[in-house]
Design a protein around this ligand. Structure first.
Ligand code: ZN
Length: 285
């Protein structure tokens, strides 16, 4: 049997064209409303929390303008989404010495891991402030990515995942989020990442909770869009880059823990985690 002529590794699982990911900072009680809507619409969120500011009463926090969630709510509320760090107490990191930065990051990481029960590896910079010294330190602390308050198109893959710009803030000036999404969705033959971030209190402070539906619902429900958390996007990118295609194009080896989608002469196939798969059509089952 002949080897295939071309094997491509598309950007996203199942050969989806576009990835939509979001992130929300600070962990206020407003997140309940966001998560509720996202669960209904099939959207995924990454929620960046300051563990040192969470309440520790053991009962759900009352709603309020800047009311932090209670630690006891975190695991259940964010199930199916990603919990990421935002430092323990929300300082400007470039104003701190290295040991304080390390403590802000590791204390938050450890406290959030105690709550959610999985390794927490993602982050967003408090106030969006960072410098090269902070980036180098975060990398050595096992932080995989860190979202900034900057915007870029395309926003992924970022030059440095520890200085990751989003596509836009949810209330960005200029074209609205749904308009920006439609533009990417209509024009993206090769695929692209659409990454929106914000805070729940923005809806509350503007008395504009309708914006949750207005901004986010148009992004939902597309069969050719991958709805993913920030870390799922980074992990998939990392795993697809590690896929090994034999020089004779007859086999592929996937050393990662994620199934990777490939296009073999235009036909969608999957290489299971840890497996070597034949790419000769008669040998595939
Ligand atoms: Zn913040």
């Amino acid at each position: 049997m002949k080897a295939p002529r071309r094997i491509e590794i598309p950007s996203f699982p199942k050969n989806k064209r576009v990835a939509v990911t979001t992130s929300f900072d600070d962990g206020h009680t407003h997140d309940r409303r966001i998560v509720g809507a996202f669960n209904e619409w099939g959207l995924k969120g990454t929620f960046n929390l300051n563990s040192g500011l969470l309440r520790r009463e053991g009962t759900p926090s009352p709603d309020g303008a800047r009311s932090y969630l209670d630690a006891s709510e975190v695991a259940d509320l964010y199930r199916g989404h990603e919990v990421a760090i935002h430092t323990a107490t929300h300082p400007h990191l470039p104003r701190l010495d290295a040991s304080q930065i390390a403590l802000e990051v590791l204390e938050d990481r450890k406290a959030l891991e105690d709550l959610v029960g999985y390794p927490v590896r993602g982050m967003a910079y408090p106030y969006g402030t960072y410098d090269q010294r902070t980036i180098d330190l975060l990398r050595s602390l096992g932080i995989v990515y860190c979202r900034t308050c900057e915007n870029a198109e395309p926003c992924f893959p970022p030059k440095d995942p520890l200085a990751w710009p989003a596509t836009a803030h949810q209330y960005a000036a200029g074209p609205s989020v749904p308009e920006r999404f439609q533009h990417l969705y209509d024009n993206s033959r090769r695929g692209g990442v659409f990454f929106i971030w914000g805070h729940g209190f923005e809806f509350h402070d503007r008395n504009d909770w309708e914006a949750l539906e207005r901004i986010y619902r148009p992004l939902s429900g597309k069969p050719d869009v991958w709805y993913c958390t920030n870390i799922e996007l980074c992990d998939y990118e990392d795993a697809r880059k590690r896929l090994v295609i034999a020089a004779n194009r007859r086999t592929a080896f996937n050393p990662s823990g994620l199934a990777i989608t490939i296009l073999v002469d235009g036909v969608v196939m999957e290489v299971p985690p840890g497996a070597t798969r034949s790419l000769i059509s008669s040998e595939n089952t």
